[in-house]
Design a protein around this ligand. Structure first.
Ligand SMILES: NC(=O)c1ccc[n+]([C@@H]2O[C@H](COP(=O)([O-])OP(=O)(O)OC[C@H]3O[C@@H](n4cnc5c(N)ncnc54)[C@H](O)[C@@H]3O)[C@@H](O)[C@H]2O)c1
Ligand SMILES: [Zn+2]
Length: 358
C-alpha cells in the first residue's frame, strides 16, 4: 500500500493506492475522499478518446471523464443484473460509436460494477473498464478482482467473465449517502478479512479499512486469478452465508449473512479442535464490533441450512468450509454432518430475519 501524501482528499486524509499485481493486466485501486475527480487522468492514461459512463448515482455524483462521453443511467439492484441489460448497454455503446480503444466507466453498487464489467468484457470482445464503486461492499470486494457476472432466473451470477478493470476509484465521499444498513452490509466483508490474513482492522479509518481489505484481496487474486485454489479464502463465512441468503429468500443482505457465517465458521473450527475458545470468541467480538448480526435468523432450520450448504460451489467432497486453524484459514472438505448440525443447533437465534438480528 502506498500513501500518496502529495494528494489529499477533501477531508485532509491522504489518498491510498493498492496495486493489483497481475503483470500486464495489473491496475491500481485508489481510495480516498474526492478521488472520483481523478477520472480524467485515468482516462487520459488509457488513451481513450470517447467514454461510456454508466452510472446508478445522480448526475452530480457522476464525475466528468474529461473526453466526449455517453451517459447511461443505470439502477442498482439484482433485478437489473441481467443479460437483457448487458445487451442494452452494448447496443448503446454501438450507437455511440464506442471503439475498442475507447473505454467504459461504471459508477454504482456491486450490481452495477458487475453488469457493466460484463458488458465491457463482451463489447468488441473486451474494452477497457474503470470502476467507481459507490457502496462499501462494492469498494471492498465487488469492484476488485476481475469477476463480472449477471443473474439468470435459475440463479445468481451464472453468466460472467473474468475481465480486470484498468483502474478502480473508491471514493469514500460516496459512503456519506449510503443507507446505514448498506454500510453495515459492507462491513460483513471487512469483518471476514480479520480471519484471512488482513489482521485486526478495528480502530482504523474507513479508508484504511477499505485499503487493507482490498490489499488482502489483491494479494489473493494475484496468486489465483481464476479461482482454482487460494481464492477460496475470500469465501470465509460464505458457505453458511450463501445458505442463509437463500433460506431467508435474500431478506438477509449478503454481508449480514456472511457475518453470521463468520461467527459460525469460528464455532465450527472450535468444535473440530482447529482453534481454541479464545479464537472462537474473537469471531463473535469482531462481527459484533462492526454492528453486524451474530445469530441465526428465526424460522430457518438446521436441516434446511445443511442441505443448502451441500450445494455450495466449493463442496466437491461433502460439506466444505473455509476454516481457521493453526496455520491460518484453509479449505476443509468432508466436515461431518453431525458436527455441522450440532454447531448450528447451538447458535443463538434472532427474532426476525434481516432486521434487528444484531
Ligand atoms: N464481482 C465480484 O467479485 C463480487 C464480489 C462481491 C459481490 N459482488 C456482487 O455485488 C452485488 C452486491 O453489491 P452491493 O451490495 O453494492 O449491491 P447494490 O449494487 O444493489 O447496492 C446496494 C444498495 O446501495 C445503494 N447505493 C449504492 N451506492 C450508494 C450511495 N453512494 N448512496 C446511496 N445509496 C447507494 C444501491 O442503490 C442499492 O440500493 C451482488 O450482485 C454480488 O453478486 C460481486
Ligand atoms: Zn461476499
Amino acid at each position: 500500500m502506498t500513501d500518496s501524501e502529495d494528494r489529499r482528499g477533501g477531508d485532509g486524509s491522504p489518498w491510498l493506492t493498492i496495486d493489483v499485481d497481475l503483470g500486464e493486466r495489473g491496475y491500481p485501486v485508489r481510495i480516498g475522499a474526492g478521488i472520483r475527480h481523478t477520472l480524467p487522468e485515468v482516462i487520459a492514461a488509457i488513451g481513450a478518446r470517447r467514454v461510456a459512463v454508466v452510472s446508478a448515482r445522480p448526475a452530480e455524483w457522476t464525475p466528468d471523464p474529461g473526453v466526449d462521453a455517453l451517459r447511461v443511467e443505470a439502477r442498482d439492484g439484482e433485478r437489473g443484473k441481467s443479460l437483457a441489460w448487458v445487451e442494452e448497454l452494448c447496443g448503446r455503446f454501438a450507437e455511440f460509436g464506442l471503439t475498442r480503444s475507447d473505454a467504459v466507466v461504471s459508477c454504482g453498487g456491486g450490481t452495477t460494477t458487475d453488469a457493466v464489467g460484463l458488458a465491457a468484457a463482451l463489447y468488441h470482445r473486451g474494452v477497457p473498464v474503470v470502476h467507481l464503486p459507490t457502496s462499501l461492499l462494492a469498494q471492498v470486494d465487488a469492484s476488485v478482482g476481475g469477476k463480472t457476472a449477471v443473474n439468470l432466473p435459475q440463479g445468481k451470477n451464472l453468466v460472467g467473465a473474468y475481465w480486470q478493470p484498468r483502474a478502480v476509484l473508491c471514493d469514500t465521499d460516496y459512503l456519506t449517502t449510503l443507507p446505514e444498513r448498506e454500510r453495515v452490509n459492507g462491513y460483513g466483508e471487512i469483518a471476514r478479512c480479520h480471519f484471512i490474513g488482513a489482521g485486526d482492522l478495528r480502530g482504523l479509518s474507513t479508508a484504511r479499512q477499505i485499503a487493507a481489505s482490498v490489499a488482502r484481496k489483491a494479494q489473493i487474486v494475484s496468486l489465483d486469478e481464476r479461482d482454482t485454489g487460494l481464492r477460496h479464502l475470500l469465501n470465509y463465512g460464505h458457505t453458511l452465508g450463501h445458505a442463509l441468503e437463500r433460506a431467508t429468500d435474500f431478506a438477509l443482505r449478503h454481508g449480514e449473512a456472511v457475518a453470521v457465517g463468520t461467527v459460525f465458521a469460528g464455532r465450527l473450527a472450535g468444535a473440530l479442535g482447529r482453534i481454541g475458545p479464545e479464537r472462537v470468541a474473537e469471531h463473535l467480538d469482531v462481527v459484533r464490533h462492526y454492528g453486524l448480526p451474530t445469530g441465526l435468523p428465526a424460522g430457518v432450520t438446521t436441516g434446511e441450512l445443511v442441505s443448502l450448504a451441500r450445494l455450495d460451489k466449493k463442496a466437491t467432497d461433502g460439506l466444505t468450509f473455509v476454516l481457521d486453524g493453526p496455520d491460518g484459514a484453509e479449505l476443509v472438505a468432508g466436515v461431518p454432518e453431525e458436527t455441522v448440525s450440532a454447531v448450528l443447533d447451538a447458535m443463538p437465534r434472532q427474532s426476525r430475519a434481516g432486521a434487528s438480528a444484531r
